[in-house]
Design a protein around this ligand. Structure first.
Ligand code: SF4
Length: 225
């Protein structure tokens, strides 16, 4: 067990350096660079999306571009700062032509995310969109039905509130979706105030094995701050 936030941050930087050269799956051959994740290494709140897109692959940072800008502005509306959170993806390398990740790729990459969660020690892991929500919750129910309702889930070695949200890209396409995303984000401060959920006998599907992106202050190539 690592005791201090600084020890955990240092270990996260080491994991970041290891991940940058990862070749555990075939995506290592098509990516420009690993998009590890970026943000506060001691964040109470983590956001997890699906996988890097073309611009993220180019910059090495998660949630850049219009989706990332919308998420940042919505966070500020509810009194949260992007600098205070950590943002990552389930998959650290871009699938070619933005195809869906395969089951083998997600399972091979999952330990990196679990290492991030173990070292950052978040209270809430907010999943962005259908893919990340289904993967981390272990439940195939669509995002429209589960959004905005916290679930207790054990991710790797840590039991957290998993909080499903619409993906910001979907919010860019529909005003109604943007309103619902804004509404759900407004519930986050109160959820964070509740602290960690008590570890429960979570259903098997909720234990997802053992095994993150673009704050303005992050170094180029992402990583913890
Ligand atoms: S997607 Fe994950 S497992 Fe595959 S090469 Fe990238 S970092 Fe490694």
């Amino acid at each position: 067990m690592l005791d201090t936030a600084e020890q955990r941050r240092q270990r996260l930087v080491e994991v970041f350096q290891d991940a940058r050269t990862c070749s555990r799956c075939d995506l290592s051959r098509s990516r420009t660079q690993v998009v590890f994740g970026a943000g506060n290494a001691d964040a109470d709140l983590m956001f997890v999306g699906e996988a890097p897109g073309a611009e993220e692959d180019r910059q090495g940072l998660p949630f850049v571009g219009r989706s990332g800008a919308l998420l940042s502005s919505m966070l500020e509306e509810v009194g949260l700062s992007r600098d205070g959170v950590f943002i990552a993806n389930t998959l650290k390398c871009r699938p070619p032509a933005n195809r869906d990740p395969t089951a083998t790729e997600t399972e091979t990459c999952r330990p990196w995310l679990h290492d991030q969660i173990r070292l950052i020690e978040p209270i809430v892991v907010a999943t962005l969109g259908n893919f990340a929500t289904r993967l981390l919750s272990g439940d195939p129910t669509g995002i429209t039905k589960v959004r905005g309702v916290p679930q207790v889930r054990t991710l790797g070695s840590r039991t957290v509130w998993l909080f499903p949200l619409f993906h910001p890209a979907a919010a860019l396409r529909a005003t109604g979706t943007a309103d619902l995303l804004r509404q759900d984000l407004a519930a986050l401060p109160a959820l964070l105030e509740r602290g960690l959920p008590a570890p429960t006998a979570a259903p098997a599907a909720a234990r997802t094995g053992d095994g993150a992106h673009g704050a303005g202050t992050s170094p180029r190539g992402g990583g913890p701050t």
